[in-house]
Design a protein. Structure first.
Lengths: 145, 378
């Protein structure tokens, strides 16, 4: 193989490393590094949030300037009752201008971006629209861990 | 006299040049090529490998299968915290195999949930990356994102050149189908086996090369080399805004998956549903994938149904136009030999082993030749 022998072997070694990372990526528990926001009333519903830096990303999700994945935790059987759901991070709610949460219960998600400075007024906002058009909202304080 | 020798000398030089190229091709990426060929051979039986390893996947056939409602309810009731990803299969891979649903568990990460299709009971979960799945993915792209496809798919050109130079080197190769290998020395035996295996696997190599060229186009050409897109992603239709706005003020009732499936079968008699995809948001269609009996493309046809009234919002049936998507399904079937169950898979496995052995016997022949040349002449 001559000079190409190390290329062959290098690719195989890289592949084995990638394989290990892939297996770890798909088997990681969210519990290990998620930021959890306990369920609280939002109109007639009770919603919680689990936030991660990303699937397979072990970073702390709450970081200034960083993106994070918000996973909405629906109350039982209430996915069908909530017409639309939005989230945003900031000092105030963006209402229906926030980021739409997409997905079935258990994997209903939205990507949010933290501001460059996380202060005492930085909150995670959630807005739920009912089928009659009424909007309900709630929020959680953001704390850097 | 010299004029008569000249064409013979030219033929011999050409064959020798082809042999040199053939040798160089086989040696340059021997380790990588053999790894890809071996993993592909084993990946023919990737579903069977998982079936043997994981008892959660095995079921005893029953008189009839339960409906979609019961399948989905079984998963949701057993794992209420799990989020279902992507498609929900309506059929299993075989009569003794459970239906595998992919879900995300907060505690365990991405898992496959296995449901008995005859009894509607969850049998347990397995990791998403099962042994068979890992084998198939390793073969496809060495688990290296983006560039892994480039590495694997580019080997098709080595394979094509090896086939051509091999046939040019082996003059009158058509006489070699029933030539018995000689066991004089290891080099002779390996050389004869290499030639015998080569001529018998010509048809198989042509299929592998043709399907691999397709994979090169869609996995390397389109994303990295700006080739025209052969297959376009289709955006499913959604409910018309006016219809969506009319829903409410109370929670509108969604038809059950089985009720929606009945609407699909009524609109398209003979449509065999192989999966459904639940809506991500209210107003999205429920997608039913399947086929109407066409060869290959088991999942290519799609019908989009509005979930509150069962109205058909759109459809694409592969029988109406054999598109490049069908070509992709054909390539998948021919590349892994999974178009006729265990029979075709066994044939593909055997010839995959032969092609893998070609790589190994070729290197043995080269080493033996090189060792013999290195010996001092007596």
């Amino acid at each position: 193989m001559g000079v190409l022998k190390p290329v062959n072997l290098g690719i195989i070694v890289l592949s084995l490393a990638a394989m290990t990372m892939t297996i770890r990526f798909y088997s990681m528990s969210l519990d290990e590094r998620a930021a959890r926001y306990a369920a609280q009333p939002i109109g007639p519903f009770a919603m919680g949030v689990v936030m991660v830096a990303g699937l397979g990303d072990t970073s702390d999700p709450v970081r200034p300037g960083a993106r994070a994945m918000v996973l909405a935790q629906y109350c039982q059987d209430c996915w069908k009752d909530i017409r639309r759901l939005w989230v945003n991070i900031g000092p105030k709610s963006m209402g229906s201008e926030g980021i739409r949460v997409i997905g079935q219960p258990g994997y209903a998600k939205a990507w949010v971006k933290f501001p460059e400075k996380i202060g005492p007024d930085t909150r995670l906002w959630m807005v739920a629209e009912r089928w009659n058009g009424d909007l309900d909202q709630t929020s959680w304080p953001i704390e850097i861990r | 006299m010299d004029g008569q020798l000249a064409p013979t000398r030219a033929r011999v030089s050409f064959a020798r040049a082809a042999f040199s190229v053939h040798s160089w091709l086989g040696l340059s990426f021997f380790v990588l090529l053999t790894t890809i060929l071996l993993s592909g051979t084993l990946a023919v039986f990737r579903e069977e490998i998982d079936w043997l390893i994981y008892p959660q996947m095995r079921v005893a056939p029953g008189p009839e299968r339960v409906g979609l409602d019961r399948l989905i309810a079984a998963v949701r009731d057993t794992y209420p915290e799990m989020g279902l990803l992507g498609q929900f299969p309506a059929e299993a891979d075989g009569p003794r195999t459970a239906i595998g649903v992919i879900g995300v568990s907060p505690r365990d990460g991405v898992r496959r949930v296995w449901v008995d299709p005859y009894r509607g009971v969850v049998q347990g979960t397995t990791p998403f990356v099962t042994a068979g799945y890992l084998l198939g993915q390793f073969h496809a792209y060495l688990m290296i994102p983006t560039w892994g496809f480039a590495i694997v798919c580019s080997l098709v050109f080595f394979l094509l050149a090896s086939l051509i130079t091999g046939l040019l080197t082996y003059r009158k190769f058509w006489r070699g189908f029933f030539r018995r290998p000689r066991a004089r020395t290891l080099r002779t035996l390996m050389g004869d086996l290499h030639r015998l295996g080569g001529v018998w696997s010509i048809w198989f190599l042509v299929i592998l090369i043709a399907t691999s060229l397709w994979y090169f186009w869609i996995r390397v050409g389109e994303p990295l080399l700006h080739f025209p897109h052969a297959v376009h992603d289709e955006t499913p239709p959604v409910m018309p805004v006016a219809d969506f706005d009319r829903l409410g003020p109370g929670t509108p009732k969604m038809l059950s998956p089985e009720g929606l499936a009945a609407a699909v079968r009524q609109a398209f008699p003979g449509f065999r549903i192989s999966y459904l995809r639940l809506p991500d948001t209210h107003g999205d269609a429920v997608t039913f994938g399947g086929n109407t009996g066409e060869l290959f493309g088991q999942h290519l046809s799609r019908v989009y149904v509005e979930p509150y009234g069962g109205r058909i919002l759109g459809y694409r049936l592969s029988r109406d136009s054999y598109s490049f998507a069908w070509a992709g399904a054909l390539a998948d079937g021919l590349h892994f030999g999974n178009f006729a169950g265990l029979v075709s898979k066994t044939i593909w496995f055997l010839f995959g082993a032969v092609v893998t052995a070609l790589s190994i016997t070729g290197v043995i022949v080269f080493w033996k030749r090189a060792a013999r040349k290195a010996q001092p002449s007596q």
